[in-house]
Design a protein around this ligand. Sequence first.
Ligand code: SAH
Ligand code: SF4
Ligand code: F3S
Length: 487
Amino acid sequence: MENRIAESLKILTESDKEACETVRISENEPSFGKRTLFIESYGCQMNFADSEIVASVMRNAGYATTADAATADLVFLNTCAIRDNAEQRVRTRLKQLNVYKKKRPGMLIGVLGCMAERLKAKLLEEEKMVDIVTGPDAYRDLPRLVEEAETGQKGVNVFLSREETYADISPVRLNSNGITALISIMRGCDNMCSFCVVPYTRGRERSRDPFSILKEAQDLFNEGFKEVTLLGQNVDSYKWTGPQEGQDSEIHINFANLLEMVAKISPELRVRFSTSHPKDITDEVLYTIKKYDNICKYIHLPAQHGNSRMLSIMNRTYDREWYLERVDSIRRILGEECGISHDMIAGFCTETEEEHLDSLSLLEMVRFDFGYMFAYSERPGTPAAKKFEDDIPADIKQRRLAEIIEIQQRVSAEKNQKLVGTVQRVLAEGFSKRSDDDLSGRSDQNKVVIFPKEHFKKGDYVNVLITETTSATLRGKAVIEENVAAY
Ligand code: SAH
Ligand code: SF4
Ligand code: F3S
C-alpha cells in the first residue's frame, strides 16, 4: 500500500516517511512535439492517484509528461498538508524550481492538492514563483487555468465539490510497474478527527459509481495488471445508490459488495484496499475478505492512540476496547496470519505519560505487523487547533515517538522471524532495488519479499520459501514449479 509508499513495509519514522513520500515524479513519455509536464506528488496514495487524473486531463490539453523539471514547460507539485513538515518540503522545493524558472521564464508552476486547498490564494502572495493554485476537486479546470497563466494572469480554483469523483477520466498511469495500480473509489472525508486537516482540504465524502470502478479494474486486468488497491480515506463508509444497468430498480452498494464485485473480475487479480476505519469496518467486510483468495489478507487499521481519553478528544469515536475488539474479530474471522498495520500519533494535546504508556501497551498487545508513526503536528483551523493547546514540548513528543517506533520495530522483526520456513505467495512486481538477479514483490500480508529471479518475471505469482528476515523485508527462494500459479 502506498505501494504502501514507495516500496516497503519498513517501519518508517516521520522523516523516512516524508522522504519516501516525494519519490513519485512523472516519467518521460514520447512528447511528439507536445508541451511537457513534470508532476511531483507528495502525501498519500490518494494524491498519487490524483496525479494520474491530472496527467490524463493535461494529456488531452496537449501535454506529455516528463521526468525532467528543469526543461518542462509546466511543473505541478501535487502537495500534502497533513503535517507541517510536509508543507515545508514543498516550500523548499518551490525555491529550487524557481532557479529553473529564472532561466526559463516561460515555465509555469502550479501548486495542486491539499496544501493548495488549505492556503488558497494566500499561496500566490507567499510564494511569488507560483502561477496556478488548484484544489483536489478542480483538476478538470487545469487546462483553462494554464491558458490563463500563459497570458500572465495567475489562476486559482479551490472550489470543493460535493459530486466530483472524476469517474469518467481514465488515469494515465505514472511510475507504473505495469503490475499494481491504484483506484480511487471515493473522495473526501466526513469524519472529524480533531487533529486532521483532510476534511478541510478534500471536502465532503462522496463515493464513486461502482460500475466505473469495475470498468477501470477490468481494463487494468486486460492490460496485464495483477493487483489493484481501492483507495479512500475511509473505505468502509463507501456507499452508492443508483439505477441498475438496464433495469428500473435501484441498487445499494456498500464496501463489502464493491470488494466482492472487484474480486470477481478474476482470481488472478489481487485486490487490496486502504484505509479502514476502526469504527466502520464490519464483519461483513471481513467475511468478504475471507471468501475470496484474491482479496489480500492485510488490513491497515489506524489506531492513532491506545488510550480512550485521548481517542475521545481526537474524536475518533471509538475507544481502546472497541479497537481491540475489532482486532480480535479480524483474527477470529481471518486467522492470526492476517496482516494488520497501524498509524499512531505521539504527543497529542494534553497527553500524559500514563496515557502514552497505553499506546505502548496497545502495540505490545496487538503485535502489529508494521506501522506508520508520527509526532503530532498542529494544523491551523482543525478542531484540535481551536480547542486545545499544543502543549507537549517537542523533545517529549520525539522521545515518546521514538519509544513507539522502537517497540514496533522489535515486534515487526519478531513477527517476520516467525515466517522463516513458511511459504508465502508473492506477486513479483519487478527487480529488487539492489540487484537485477533478484525479484521483489509482496506477500498476501503486504510484506516485501526478495528472491532470486531464476526464470520468473514480474507479474508472476511465485511461492517463496522464506529463509531470512529483517524488520522490513523477507528473503527466500522459489519452491517447486507446480506451486507457481495463480490463485
Ligand atoms: N484516513 C486515514 C488517515 C489519513 S492521514 C485514517 O483515518 O486513518 C494519515 C495519517 O496521518 C493519520 O492516520 C494520522 O496518523 C496522521 N496524521 C493526521 N493528522 C496528523 C497531525 N496533525 N499530526 C500528526 N499526524 C497526523
Ligand atoms: Fe483525517 Fe480522520 Fe478523515 Fe482519516 S478519518 S482522513 S484521520 S478526519
Ligand atoms: Fe496529505 Fe491530502 Fe493525503 S493532506 S495525506 S495528500 S489527503
